[in-house]
Design a protein around this ligand. Structure first.
Ligand code: C2E
Ligand code: CA
Ligand code: CA
Length: 645
């Protein structure tokens, strides 16, 4: 705020006092004027007296109106009107003084003295009225003094004496007037300074309060922002779990206290199985829901001694502090696997995932923070290799596996273009007629560096990337080509089984690829059978079912491979459009000696009969196995007993 300068304000204040004194001054002027007119009217020239009093009254009236306007409307802002105010005062003084010329009774000493007296009274009054304004005082009183001078010059000694006394009196008045003026000015000044000081103080206080409040606000905004930034920097926005950054700090802290207390710490590295497939096929929104649900299941398993973080994607880590022995860790790993195995359902979709867990121990495996994590990661890969949905403790041997795995993946990329794949067919025999009714296509990979690698090794690696789709399509193309060649050699309708991976159902237009290749060689749709694993079928829900139904409508045979090793519910089996159950070779291996396996095999066979499905046994190596299976009603046999692939 801009304040006027102090001098201007003092000037204003003086004028203010002056204006407020004007009404009484005017009243005095009018009163004295009328009194003088009254006492002289009979002794002087009447017209002169009338004109004089008229002038006095007229001027007083004008000034009164002006004063009224000032007080009423200008409200203390009189600086601009100062000259008019002074003009009024300046005219009043001479007008009063003119009485000594115009209506001064020539031969009446009493009246003359009385007039002097009245004018002196006006001068005395002016001291108090104009005390704040020297110019006004002088403008008012000097003309009176000068007219005194003039009037007394022609008067007798007596009057001259009175005049001299009056002049001395005026001088004293003038001096005291200056003093009064000075002290009033000082008073006003001090008042203003004090007021300014108070103003400054209070505005400083206000400003202080304002900036204090701003500071408080800023503080709370800053705190909130800091909190949010901290949260963003340390927590995963999706699951609310600690993120990689926070995990690193937690791990450092945990290792520190493990060291101090000489305790053991376990790091569990979790990677969800099949998450990529779900995320890619059902969409990221579904993938996100799954991650949130999986995270909350995981959290429910932990106690105060453990903490969980999400490293990114479908990777989680758990720090287990102060473990007593390996059994604690095994128990937790087991319960994680069991809990995440249970289906997740969102809307219509039921999803199955699993977890592969790698475990490293501090200080047993390493005392380095970074290494501890990389060991757990290595162990996790080993768990994936071992068929997923299991846990592995880190061991140094795993490095070789990892390295090998990496090599396989690199080489796989060039396998098709280098023509390194071929297919072996393993015949399938009808147990009654003992004739070949078809064959299973088994992929082989011969690599210059790695030699011949088993599909059990490279298929899971191919499944981790999208390579499996390219490879799978190659197999279908090749099988159809071979079939068109074979159909000339076989009189009956030969059916070739092709193994299919989950990703092929979800990512590829499998029916279209099949139809295209079958048509190309004019093959009947019934000449291809597809083998899916049990887990793959029950795990992937709606989309899988749709594809299976399309394939079924096309007349393609659908078979469940490795049956008896998964955990499919029998009721679910009924809803699938499948035609064949293939008993897993691990269940055949110990028949007919192992009672349990025999019971399972028999149950599967009778289940197949009840559901009106064809039942195949794979991995049949002995005549005993063949006899056992045949006598229990198994329709088809596949295995080394008859033919190697
Ligand atoms: P699978 O579908 O269960 O195939 C049967 C496996 O058992 C084959 O192993 C076969 O060589 C082997 N086998 C056949 N008869 C006997 C026997 O009497 N005793 C024993 N011990 N084993 C026997 P292979 O060829 O190593 O294939 C391993 C797995 O690789 C297959 O298991 C299948 O899951 C997968 N696979 C093979 N080819 C393909 C393919 O083209 N695509 C996909 N997605 N997977 C394939
Ligand atoms: Ca198979
Ligand atoms: Ca099998």
């Amino acid at each position: 705020m801009n304040k006027p300068k102090i001098d201007t304000r003092i000037q204003e204040e003086r004028l203010n006092v002056l204006v407020h004194n004007l009404p009484s001054s005017l009243l005095g002027t009018i009163g004295v004027g009328i009194l003088m007119f009254y006492i002289v009217i009979d002794t002087v020239f009447r017209v002169n007296a009338l004109l004089w009093i008229a002038a006095v009254l007229f001027l007083s009236l004008l000034r009164a109106i002006h004063t009224y306007i000032l007080i009423r409307y200008k409200k203390g802002q009189y600086l601009k009107d100062e000259k008019y105010i002074l003009l009024g005062i300046f005219l009043s003084g001479p007008l009063l003084a003119s009485s000594l010329l115009v209506i001064f009774p020539p031969n009446n000493l009493t009246l003359q003295v009385l007039i002097f007296f009245l004018l002196s009274l006006m001068i005395a009054g002016a001291v108090s009225v104009y005390s704040t304004h020297i110019t006004a005082f002088l403008a008012y009183t000097l003309p009176i003094i000068f007219s005194f001078l003039y009037a007394t010059s022609s008067l007798p000694d007596m009057l001259a004496l009175i005049f001299i006394v009056g002049l001395a009196y005026y001088t004293i008045l003038l001096v005291s007037m200056f003093k009064v003026h000075k002290s009033i000015t000082n008073f006003i000044k001090t008042q203003y300074l004090n007021r300014d000081l108070a103003d400054n103080l209070s505005s400083a206080k206000e400003e202080l309060e304002l900036s204090n409040n701003e500071l408080k606000l800023e503080n709370s905004v800053r705190k909130q922002t800091e909190k949010r930034l901290y949260h963003l920097a340390n927590y995963d926005p999706l699951t609310g779990l600690a993120n990689r950054q926070m995990f690193k700090e937690n791990l450092k802290r945990s290792i520190h206290s493990s060291k101090d207390n000489a305790t053991t710490l376990a790091l569990l590295f979790l990677d969800l199985d099949n998450f990529k497939i779900i995320n890619d096929t059902l969409g990221h929104a579904m993938g996100d829901k799954l991650l949130i649900a999986a995270a909350s299941r995981l959290k429910s398993l932990l106690n105060d001694n453990s903490s969980i973080s999400r490293l990114g994607g479908d990777e989680f880590v758990i720090i287990m502090n102060e473990i007593e022995d390996g059994r604690d860790v095994v128990a937790l790993a087991d319960s994680i696997i069991k809990l995440l195995e249970k289906p997740f359902s969102f809307n219509e979709n039921e999803m199955f995932i699993g977890t592969s867990i790698g475990i490293s121990l501090y200080p047993n495996d390493t005392s380095n923070t970074e290494t501890l994590l990389s060991y757990a990661d290595t162990a996790m890969y080993s768990a994936k290799d071992k068929g997923k949905n299991n846990y592995q403790f880190f061991s140094a041997k795993m490095f070789e596996t990892i390295e090998f795995r990496h090599k396989v993946e690199t080489k796989l990329h060039h396998a098709i273009s280098n023509n390194e794949f071929r297919i072996q067919y393993q015949p399938k025999i009808d147990t009654i007629t003992q004739s070949i009714i078809g064959a299973e296509a088994l992929l082989r990979w011969d690599n210059e560096d790695l030699g011949t690698i088993s599909p059990s090794v490279f298929i899971p690696i191919a499944e981790e990337s999208s390579l499996i789709n390219i490879i799978g399509e190659w197999v279908i193309t090749k099988v159809c080509e071979d079939l068109s060649y074979l159909k000339n050699s076989f009189s009956n309708d030969l059916c070739i089984s092709v193994n299919v991976s989950a990703s092929q159902i979800l990512h590829q237009n499998l029916p279209l690829i099949l139809q295209k290749n079958l048509n190309k060689h004019s093959l009947a749709n019934t000449s291809i059978e597809l083998e899916f694993t049990e887990n793959m079928l029950i795990k992937q829900g709606q989309k899988t079912l749709q594809v299976l139904e399309t394939l079924d409508q096309m007349g393609i045979n659908l078979s469940i491979d490795d049956f008896g090793t998964g955990y499919s519910s029998l009721s679910y089996l009924k809803t699938l459009p499948i035609h064949t159950l293939k008993i897993d070779k691990s269940l055949i291996a110990d028949t007919p000696h192992c009672e349990g396996d025999c019971a399972i095999a028999k149950t599967i066979i009778s289940l197949a009969h009840n559901l009106n499905l064809t039942v195949v046994a794979e991995g049949v190596e002995t005549a005993e196995q063949l006899n056992f299976l045949r006598s229990n009603g198994c329709h088809i046999i596949q295995g080394f007993y008859f033919h190697k692939p």
